[in-house]
Write a protein that binds this ligand. Structure first.
Ligand code: PGA
Length: 309
C-alpha cells in the first residue's frame, strides 16, 4: 500500500475530532486539502474510512482499523523524535507541556524561571481544562502535564508539588464579607458564577456540595477563571476558584474571600506523565525543577492572611 505519513496524520486528526473542519484547524490546512488527503487514503485502502449520517461523520470498520495503526505509528514517530532529542542532549531540547487553565496562573512564571537557567530548551505550552489535559495524556501527545489529581485507573505517574486551596470569592461589598463563619448551607441562597463542566475546579465544588447534600440556586457558567473573577467583581454572584488565580485582586482589595465552613478546599497540583514514558533529558530536568523548586518560585498565598485585608 502506498500510504503516506501525511495522509495518516490527517486521517488521525479527522478520526480524533470526527470533524474535517476541526482537523483542518488543528493542522493549519484548508478543509478541501484535508478532504483530498482522506480521499487519497481511501483510494489506497480501497474502502471508505468514514460514513456520514445526517450532519455527523463516523468511522467505518475499515476506518477503525486504520485508526488503530495510525495511532500506533504516530506514537512511534513521536518516540523517535524524543530519542533523537535525547541524543542531541539537554541544550537543544524541546518540551511539550499541557497545563490545566487554572495552573496557567503560575505555570508561565515557573517556565520563565526554568528557561533562565536552561535557555536552550524550548517549550510548546497548551492551556486547556482538566478534561482536555486528560485527553492529551491518554493520546500520548505531550511530555508532561500540570493538573489537579488525575482520576484513578489511568495509566499515569502523578507527583504532587504544590497546594491548590480553593476559595469562595465575593465582591468587597458583599453582605457576608465580614461574617466570621458562614455555614456551607448558606451558599444555597446565593447566586454562583461557575466554571464549565470538565473543569477540575467545578468538579471539586460539585463534590463538596454533594457530600453535604447541598444544591446551588443556579447561576452563570463561564469557561475561564478571568471571566469568573470579573463577574464576581461586577457583583453578579459568588465564585469558587483556586487561590492561585486571585492573588492580585485580593491584594488590591477588588475581591475578598468569604469565610465559608469547609473552605478552603484542600487540593494539590500534580505533575503528570504516562507511566512507562521515557522522559527526554529536557523533560526530566524540568520535572526535577518543578518538584524541587516550584514552591520557592511561586509561594501559595495563605487564605487567612488574604482575609485580613
Ligand atoms: P481547571 O483546573 O480544569 O478547573 O482549570 C484543574 C484542576 O483543578 O484540576
Amino acid at each position: 500500500m502506498n500510504i503516506t505519513l501525511r495522509q495518516l496524520k490527517v486521517f488521525e486528526s479527522v478520526a480524533r475530532h470526527l470533524s474535517f473542519t476541526r482537523a483542518a484547524e488543528e493542522l493549519y490546512l484548508t478543509q478541501p486539502a484535508v478532504s483530498m488527503q482522506i480521499k487519497q487514503l481511501e483510494q489506497h485502502v480501497g474502502l471508505p474510512l468514514f460514513e456520514q449520517i445526517g450532519k455527523r461523520i463516523f468511522l467505518t470498520e475499515a476506518g477503525e482499523e486504520v485508526r488503530r495503526y495510525a495511532q500506533r505509528i504516530a506514537t512511534e514517530l513521536r518516540e523517535l523524535g524524543d530519542g533523537i532529542e535525547a541524543l542531541r542532549g539537554l541544550n537543544r531540547g524541546r518540551l511539550r507541556l499541557t497545563v490545566a487553565s487554572t495552573a496557567n496562573y503560575f505555570a508561565t512564571h515557573l517556565l520563565a524561571a526554568f528557561i533562565r537557567r536552561q535557555p536552550g530548551i524550548t517549550f510548546q505550552l497548551e492551556v486547556t481544562n482538566r478534561e482536555g489535559v486528560l485527553r492529551r495524556i491518554q493520546d500520548n501527545e505531550i511530555d508532561l502535564a500540570i493538573m489537579g489529581q488525575p482520576p484513578g485507573g489511568l495509566d499515569v505517574a502523578a507527583e504532587t508539588f504544590m497546594p491548590n486551596p480553593l476559595v469562595v470569592i465575593a465582591a468587597p461589598d458583599h453582605p457576608l464579607i465580614d461574617e466570621p463563619a458562614v455555614p456551607a448551607e448558606r451558599l444555597q441562597d446565593e447566586l454562583f458564577v461557575l466554571r464549565e463542566k470538565g473543569s477540575g475546579t467545578r468538579n471539586a465544588l460539585e463534590r463538596f456540595l454533594e457530600e453535604r447534600g447541598l444544591k446551588l440556586r443556579g447561576g452563570l457558567e463561564m469557561s475561564s477563571n478571568e471571566a469568573i473573577k470579573q463577574s464576581v467583581q461586577a457583583g453578579l454572584g459568588l465564585g469558587m476558584v483556586s487561590i492561585h488565580t486571585v492573588a492580585l485582586e485580593l491584594e488590591l482589595g477588588r475581591l475578598r474571600l468569604l469565610n465559608v465552613d469547609g473552605f478552603p478546599l484542600e487540593r494539590n497540583w500534580y505533575l503528570v506523565h504516562r507511566t512507562g514514558k521515557r522522559l527526554s533529558p529536557a523533560a526530566e530536568t524540568f520535572r526535577q525543577f518543578i518538584l524541587e523548586e516550584a514552591n520557592e518560585h511561586w509561594p501559595t498565598p495563605e487564605p487567612d492572611s488574604c482575609n485580613s485585608h
